[in-house]
Design a protein around this ligand. Structure first.
Ligand SMILES: [Zn+2]
Ligand SMILES: [Zn+2]
Length: 409
């Protein structure tokens, strides 16, 4: 069977997260985005664990609420400030892992994403002992990520580098960027939302599609390890230009710089503040190949722009959190079952019957890859722009064959 899984979120017990990140809300919102499985995040936190335990038990490592499956996961920050993602086979392994890191952590019970005074290698060694999956979270982000502080997997995970089975690409990178680095070719790429809110522009803005025999931890583990015929079949995510750290830019005034210019200025903006190296520049700096070389196992990557963002632009709202946008989003998702269906699968004529012409045209422009993105950087998300009005009219009258290119997924 085919499942869609968002394997990195944070609960309301992590810093700077929405109060709405409770298990009930997540279980109800995930299917509306088209996602069947969500990794809990924050599973080392006692309060969050209590909520997870309200779910129905499918097996030791799989839980269910309102039809959404959950597997146990957390993110931890190591002594170099690198973030790691971990996936656990059972509650008892979560407890065993906690025991092992307790002496090295001061905020295990107070923050959903704890800091531990350990190296990546030490964490991976415990993970290996306990049969927990581990990999680098948002690997290229200019802070709190593996390639921000290390040049290689071995540099980060030492002798345990071979035990690492995946890296998470993060919002600012995609497969074409990551496959310029040779040491990543053997790894599975994960695309996850890392969301702090269940709003549809956040939850499942990136997700993975896996071929599995059941929506359980064991089957997903096999898909990540690519054994027994299980495997990732699709990575889905934002266009990397939309990510907050795609280009090198000032963290204060958000002026963008080329790598050469930033180096010449010694990473100091004309406003006096710091320029943060973008994911694009970091990858090109670290790249082994000028053009991406994809290994045979690498699935296709589809770029999706959240439907709420497309609606926001189409109806001229300033941000996707308004009632108008919510209402329009709800109308479409209620009619067709999930956001992913609206964005990719449903015939544009069907969509036109349900929503306003401007929204239909904007969805069509997205499908035809006509949406323009002003790249993000320095901590500011990229911004999407719809094609000009004149182009929009010709688009809506254009031939239908182009829009089918995404349907095969
Ligand atoms: Zn993180
Ligand atoms: Zn500046």
């Amino acid at each position: 069977m085919i499942i869609n899984a968002d394997l990195h979120i944070h609960s309301r017990f992590s810093g700077a997260t929405s109060e709405k990140m409770n298990i009930e809300t997540i279980s109800l919102e995930a299917p509306r985005k088209g996602v069947n499985v969500v990794a809990t995040g924050d599973c080392l936190h006692g309060g969050w664990m209590k909520e997870i335990k309200q779910c129905n038990v499918i097996d030791d490592g799989t839980f269910e609420l309102n039809g959404t499956r959950f597997i146990l996961s957390t993110e931890v920050e190591d002594q170099r400030r690198v973030h790691h993602l971990l996936y656990f086979p059972s509650f008892s392994t979560v407890e065993d892992f906690k025991e092992r890191i307790k002496p090295k952590s001061k905020n295990l019970e107070s923050d959903g994403r704890p800091n531990v005074d350990m190296s990546g290698e030490e964490l991976a060694s415990i993970a290996k002992d306990l049969d927990i999956l581990i990999g680098a979270a948002h690997a290229f982000t200019p802070w709190t990520a593996m390639y921000a502080y290390h040049d290689s997997l071995r540099d980060c995970y030492g002798d345990l580098a071979d035990y690492v089975s995946f890296v998470e690409l993060g919002l600012s990178a995609d497969t074409d960027f990551a496959d310029k680095i040779k040491e990543l070719h053997r790894l599975t790429f994960l695309t996850n939302s890392d969301c702090h809110s269940p709003h549809p522009v956040r939850l499942a803005r990136e997700f993975n599609r896996f071929e599995v025999k059941d929506a359980t931890f064991d089957e997903i583990k096999k898909a990540i390890l690519r054994v027994d015929g299980n495997k990732p079949v699709l990575n889905v995510g934002l266009p990397p230009q939309e990510g907050k750290y795609h280009e090198s830019a000032c963290i204060s005034c958000f002026t963008h710089y080329t790598l050469e210019e930033a180096q010449r200025r010694r990473w100091k903006c004309s406003c006096g503040k710091r320029i943060k190296k973008g994911v694009k520049d970091r990858i090109n700096e670290r790249a082994d190949f000028r053009e991406p070389q994809h290994p045979d196992h690498r699935p296709t990557y589809i770029h999706l722009i959240p439907l709420a963002e497309i609606i926001t632009k189409a109806v001229g709202q300033r941000n996707p959190f308004t009632q108008t946008v919510n209402k329009r989003w709800d109308e479409l998702v209620s009619a067709f079952g999930s956001e992913i269906s609206v964005l990719i699968d449903v015939d544009i004529e069907e969509i036109a019957r349900v929503t306003a012409p401007a929204i239909t045209e904007a969805i069509q422009a997205f499908r035809e890859k006509k949406v323009v993105i002003r790249p993000g950087g320095g901590g500011q998300y990229g911004v999407i722009e719809l094609p000009k009005e004149k182009e929009m009219i010709s688009l809506s009258l254009g031939p239908k064959d182009k829009q089918t290119s995404l349907l095969e997924y």
